[in-house]
Design a protein around this ligand. Structure first.
Ligand SMILES: Nc1nc2c(ncn2[C@@H]2O[C@H](COP(=O)(O)OP(=O)(O)OP(=O)(O)O)[C@@H](O)[C@H]2O)c(=O)[nH]1
Ligand SMILES: [Mg+2]
Length: 361
């Protein structure tokens, strides 16, 4: 499988360039004040034929390392629960409770256990079998939602509105996506729609500089975000940008104010392009566990969310929530974040994720 190009299909534009990874160059300092990785070595013109293998290993190792806390919590309890034990009703009930405790959600946990019951009931299973069978059940839930973000440059530009509560990783995700698509040769623009906080505008501006993205800043702090988005999209059209990523404020003083602001942005950009925004990406922080489920409900009421990005799967013991999200909403999960470096934002691969969650290779 080509791991490099499943970030997003590009349609209607020039063919996507391969984006070689540089596992050997992954030592940027942790992001602090200026949350930026050092620019990496430019992509090699012709990746060596063996480049695929290290890339896969590098990414999967990072995913597994990122998920390790979730994995430890989940697999240890599952294995100790079922070790040398026949799979009877009581064992399966306990398994269901364990999965719920690991943030997989009630519906998904039930579904996984039912699948497990069909194939294994009454049997004694080895630890490895348990993990592999659970990973298969989890992958079956995740597969339908593992869909790349589809960017169509012919939309000139494809507009992605990025929403989510504050601190989930919206700005960082915009920066990482922007860099990825810029490396593929797209002309990218960032809109600093979180206009109230000067620091938020600066953060995005720094990223724009590093990514050579066109940057659209508010005229003054607290300027109308919708007006800014309107101007940015008009200019982006005139300048022939391919992709416009619009940042938004995570928190206004209350929910209805936030809803009003987001709806106004959408209303206003539709005056420039009726089909925009082409994607509404909701960014969720995995460390919040079940709270992420609640956030999807709230944002779905506000705007037409088209897909999810789940960040901070590293350092979270709550990676299982991705399974709950998939089961409950069926929304595409486009990308996952397993660290602060640019290459730590990755396409969501169902099987890798399911196996990583169960601690399998
Ligand atoms: N460990 C880890 N940190 C992340 C990840 N994604 C984002 N972060 C960090 O989370 C913090 C918040 O990220 P931002 O991108 O500023 O979040 P935001 O949603 O824009 O926040 P507001 O603008 O305050 O609403 C930053 O310190 C990021 O570096 C990730 O996948 N893993
Ligand atoms: Mg932000």
């Amino acid at each position: 499988m080509a791991l490099r190009d499943f970030f997003g299909r590009l349609r209607g534009g020039s063919a996507p360039q391969p984006v070689p990874e540089h596992p050997q160059a992954e030592a940027p300092a942790p992001l602090q004040d200026a949350p930026l990785p050092e620019p990496e070595a430019p992509p090699a013109e012709t990746p060596p034929p063996e480049a695929e293998a290290p890339a896969k290993t590098g990414w999967f190792a990072r995913l597994k390392a990122g998920l390790s806390r979730s994995t430890a919590k989940l697999t240890e309890s599952v294995v100790s629960l079922l070790h040398k034990r026949r799979l009877d009703d009581e064992a399966l009930e306990e398994l269901e409770e364990t999965l719920i405790t690991a943030d997989l959600g009630v519906a998904a946990s039930r579904r996984i256990v039912e699948g497990f019951r069909r194939t294994r009931f009454g049997k004694e299973v080895t630890d490895e079998e348990v993990k592999a069978a659970l990973a298969d059940e989890i992958a079956a839930i995740l597969e339908p939602v593992a869909q790349p973000l589809e960017v169509i440059p012919a939309r000139a530009p494809h507009v992605v509105l990025v929403v989510g509560v504050n601190g989930t990783g919206k700005t960082t995700t915009i920066a990482k996506l922007g860099r990825h698509y810029a490396e593929q040769g797209l002309k990218v623009g960032f809109v600093a729609g979180d206009t109230f906080r000067a620091a938020a505008v600066e953060q995005l501006q720094v990223w724009a500089g590093r990514t050579s993205a066109r940057f659209f800043a508010p005229s003054k702090p607290g300027a109308d975000a919708a007006g800014l988005a309107f101007d940015a999209l008009s200019t982006a059209r005139a300048e022939g940008l391919d992709l416009l990523l619009v940042d938004t404020a995570g928190r206004l003083h209350n929910k209805s104010a936030l809803m009003e602001e987001l709806r106004k942005i959408i209303r206003v950009i539709k005056r420039v392009d009726e089909a925009a925004p082409h994607s509404v990406l909701l960014v969720l922080d995995a460390t919040t566990g079940q709270n992420a489920v609640q956030q999807v409900k709230v944002f779905k009421e506000m705007v037409d969310v088209t897909g999810l990005a789940v960040t901070k799967l590293d350092g979270s013991a709550k990676g299982g929530v991705v399974v709950a999200l998939a089961q409950e909403f069926g929304l595409p999960v486009h990308v996952v974040g397993v660290g602060e470096k640019a290459e730590d934002l990755r396409p969501f691969a169902a099987r890798d994720f399911a196996r990583g969650l169960m601690g399998l290779d």
